[in-house]
Design a protein around this ligand. Structure first.
Ligand code: AMP
Ligand code: ZN
Length: 462
């Protein structure tokens, strides 16, 4: 089966041909660990988990090396640790533990390696010294900077016009930069901020810039060049462009990774969900209300390159779908592997640039087939095996019902508050708001019943 993936580098769907035909190597930019991950951060984790599962299915589990880093040195981390009065190590450990728990609840397999930036400082120094030695970087005022004009084809990934990049870079030009586009590889650390011995004979201890971390960790764990590099679309410029510049100039290679894949944004009310905009909901908050599998199915219902509009209604649909699918499989065990034609049909759809919406539509069809063949448990096992490829239906119906109850620990006080808001909205003739509250509750399975005397009661129906 050929695997075709949209490659940001070529702007086309390319067939994956691993550099080593028997082994695939993939790197995905991971979290900066200073706070709870929001559901937008979960998107690349889930999307590349689906790709990881597909690669393991196509090449064999032992032949896929998936590396996702942990950025545990960053100015946001320093600031947050100071704010909370805890050590940097405690903050990054705690946040990483949350991240691991959250992503496990979303049924994501752990990557093969999760390297930490702070454990790869030696590799960063080596790369930086080699870039300085070959004239691609220079030392200025205790910083080391990559000199962008030293790379004639800088910008090939993002294809931004040079003047636009220069204008962007000019916003914040440090006086020691030779060119406004030059970026930091290493910077000095003041007292109280983590610092390591600096490269290039700089006396003051320092710390790495963000981009060099990924060049160092991908080099150490995957080599000078590898097959797939992924992350969110916001990372194309400058992060990935700069990773490419560092790695290609250090190793004198034509590419860093052959395929560059980027997921679209998760949006809330028309805006990108992000910590800086303040419009975010954490994975943890959602997990208090919904089983992780519901979040996963809702996420995969949109193709990974399209923006997702995140709504409660979408979660409600996903919950209903899983409810139905678990009813179909009952207590069946999954059938996986070459012998399962349903699984091959799903793999086929995923092999077309991870077309998860098409795979899900097909699962709906397969569920109907399995449901109507009451006597055939083989079909139920095959259906379950096919869904497993997407990281879905890993449980039994009994297990699912138990998890659902746990997640729907409906807070009666919150419901009573919303009902009171709705009554007030109706009194004020704000019927739009009143309907909105009714729909919000309906999406959680709470059905309101208005009585003649003006009171409202409710019951759960999912
Ligand atoms: P950050 O912690 O902001 O560096 O983000 C970690 C990963 O999440 C990166 O791959 C980002 O591209 C991705 N990401 C952040 N916000 C969103 C969003 N709203 N939708 C999709 N991906 C996102
Ligand atoms: Zn990166």
């Amino acid at each position: 089966m050929e695997l075709r993936l949209y490659n940001t580098l070529t702007r086309s769907k390319d067939t994956l041909r691993p550099l080593d035909p028997a082994n695939v190597r993939m790197y995905v930019c991971g979290p900066t660990v200073y706070d709870h991950a929001h559901i937008g951060n979960a998107r690349p984790v889930i999307v590349f988990d689906v790709l990881n599962r597909l690669l393991r299915r196509l090449y064999g589990e032992a032949h896929v090396k998936y590396v996702r880093n942990i950025t545990d040195v960053d100015d946001k981390i320093n600031a947050r640790a100071a704010e909370r009065g805890i050590t940097i190590r405690d903050l990054t450990e705690e946040t990483y533990r949350w991240f691991r728990e959250d992503t496990a609840a979303l049924n994501c397999l752990p990557p093969t390696v999760e390297p930490r930036a702070t454990e790869h400082i030696a590799e960063m120094r080596t790369l930086i010294e080699s870039l300085v030695a070959s004239g691609h970087a220079y030392v200025a005022e205790e910083h080391v900077l990559f000199h962008v004009p030293s790379m004639p084809d800088y910008g090939r990934l993002s294809r931004r016009p040079l003047d636009e990049m220069v204008a962007g870079a000019r916003v914040d030009v440090a006086p020691y930069k030779r060119d406004p586009m030059d970026f930091v590889l290493w910077k000095p650390s003041a007292d109280g901020v983590p610092g390591w011995p600096s490269p290039c004979g700089i006396a003051t201890p320092g710390r790495p810039g963000w981009h060099i971390e990924c060049s160092a960790m991908s080099w150490r764990h995957l080599g000078e060049t590898f097959d797939i590099h992924g992350g969110g679309i916001d990372l194309v410029f400058p992060h990935h462009e700069n990773e490419i510049a560092q790695s290609r100039c250090a190793f004198h290679t034509g590419v860093m990774a052959q395929m560059w894949m980027h997921n679209g944004f998760l949006m809330l009310e028309g805006e990108k969900m992000s910590k800086s905009l303040g419009n975010f909901v954490t994975i943890r908050e959602l997990l208090a209300e919904w089983p992780g599998e519901v979040l996963r199915l809702a996420m995969l219902s949109t193709h990974y390159r399209q923006p997702i509009n995140w709504t409660r209604q979408g979660l409600g649909f996903a919950a209903k779908t899983l409810d139905k699918w678990y009813r179909v499989i009952g207590e069946a065990e999954a059938e996986t592997g070459e012998g399962n034609p349903f699984e091959i049909e799903i793999a086929d759809r995923l092999a077309d640039d991870l077309n998860t919406p098409s795979a899900i539509t097909h699962l709906h069809h397969l569920a109907e087939v399995a449901e109507h063949e009451e006597t055939s448990s083989a079909l139920r096992r095959r259906f379950k095996g096919a869904a497993n490829l997407l990281g879905l239906l890993g449980d039994t119906e009994t297990g699912w019902r138990a998890r659902q109850k746990e997640a729907i620990a409906l807070d009666e006080g919150v419901i009573a508050g919303l009902i009171a808001d709705r009554i007030a909205a109706r009194k004020a003739k704000n019927f739009k708001r009143a309907d909105q509250i009714r729909e919000e509750l309906a999406a959680q399975g709470v059905v309101l019943m208005d009585n003649k005397d003006g009171t409202t009661s409710w019951e759960v129906s999912r």
